[in-house]
Design a protein around this ligand. Structure first.
Ligand code: 8Z2
Ligand code: NDP
Length: 268
């Protein structure tokens, strides 16, 4: 199976009647998620800091799509809470996709206190604030949260101490909220994509490093944004109704690390 062989599996109306907030919907993985949820019949509110890219997602979805672009920095808790309340009161909320995130790659000794704060605020504190704000609406709909994590979240990676600390926090929060809110019918899960060849990754990492990462994937290729989008849609849809508190890796086996090979060089 190559990425070109990928075919979506969910039925065309799988998300009709749904209202979902997708953060970071103006690019990369978040855009693919927004487009897929819209195609499945959901109303989508795309959140990010740049109006232009968010609006482009709407244009890509077509005039019939129930899409709204909301410019907001997810690190501004008051603005985020007001936004969630606005969407929740107007349309209800059946899903929240916390996809906005990112980091610069640097060794711990090169991360200043402000650099640490910037990354932890984006990848952990903002996720807590928006998820907490969404809770009453998700309770009313028995809805679902999908938190975008990283394949190496449980095994470490060089140059990502700030981001991995934040994502590990989100993973712990995911499990805690799955327990706290399970009785309210709210499901909370994390996805762990492997290398996804988005323009943002190309901007932040050197191409040869990325090629090496992809070459080391047991299934031999990068993760596509569409594959992450389909899994996200599945988790929000009724098909995922019994899944909560999980980290689901979608990385071709990369999270297993360098293989321990007891058969020596020639044993695959
Ligand atoms: C398992 C295997 C397969 C799987 C392998 C999987 C591998 C892929 C893993 C992940 C891939 C992705 O996430 S790809 C998506 C990547 N996209 C992004 O990361 C988006 C771009 N990044 C960002 O926006 C930034 O990193 C972020 C910090 C979050 C933005 O925040 P701000 O705008 O608030 O930041 P700024 O104001 O510019 O800077 C705040 C401080 O950070 C410092 N700072 C900024 N860049 C810095 C740098 N390169 N090195 C040091 N310090 C830096 C600044 O100097 C400031 O500190 P002072 O100088 O002290 O003031
Ligand atoms: N690409 C990869 O290999 C992998 C990526 N991931 C994760 O998946 C997610 C998406 O990554 P990807 O699509 O590659 O990267 P992008 O940089 O393209 O996506 C990040 C999105 O988040 C938005 N965003 C960033 N900061 C804020 C903020 N403060 N407030 C609101 N929105 C914000 C950006 O929009 P704007 O700038 O307009 O605000 C952008 O649309 C990230 O969390 C990333 O770490 C996980 C595993 C692998």
């Amino acid at each position: 199976m190559t990425a070109a062989d990928f075919r979506p599996v969910l039925a065309q109306d799988a998300l009709s009647g749904h209202s979902v907030i997708v953060t970071g919907a103006g690019s990369g993985i978040g855009r693919a998620i927004a487009l897929r949820l819209l195609a499945l019949g959901a109303r989508v509110t795309g959140v990010g800091r740049r109006a232009e890219t968010l609006e482009e997602t709407g244009r890509m979805a077509g005039a019939d799509a129930a899409y709204a672009a909301e410019v907001c920095d997810v690190r501004e808790a008051d603005a985020v809470e007001a936004l969630v309340a606005r969407v929740g009161e107007a349309h209800g909320l059946t899903g929240l996709v916390n996809n906005a995130g990112g980091q610069f790659f640097a060794r711990a000794e090169d991360i200043s206190p402000r650099g640490w704060q910037a990354v932890v605020n984006l990848n952990l504190n903002a996720v807590f604030a928006i998820t907490r704000a969404a809770r009453p609406y998700l309770e009313a709909s028995r809805g679902a949260v999908v938190n975008m994590s990283l394949s190496p979240v449980e095994r470490g990676a060089i140059g990502m101490s700030h981001s991995l600390a934040a994502r590990a926090g989100v993973l712990a929060m995911t499990r805690a909220l799955a327990l706290e809110w399970g009785g309210q019918g709210i499901r909370v899960n994390c996805l762990g994509p492997g290398t996804v060849l988005t323009p943002a990754l190309a901007d932040e990492a050197h191409a040869p490093h990325v090629a090496k990462l992809v070459a080391g994937v047991p299934l031999g290729r990068a993760t596509s944004p569409e594959e992450v989008a389909e899994l996200t849609a599945f988790l929000i849809s009724p098909a995922g109704a019994l899944m909560t508190g999980q980290l689901i890796q979608i990385d071709g086996g990369a999270h297993l690390g360098v293989p321990v090979n007891m058969l020596g060089e020639d044993g695959a």
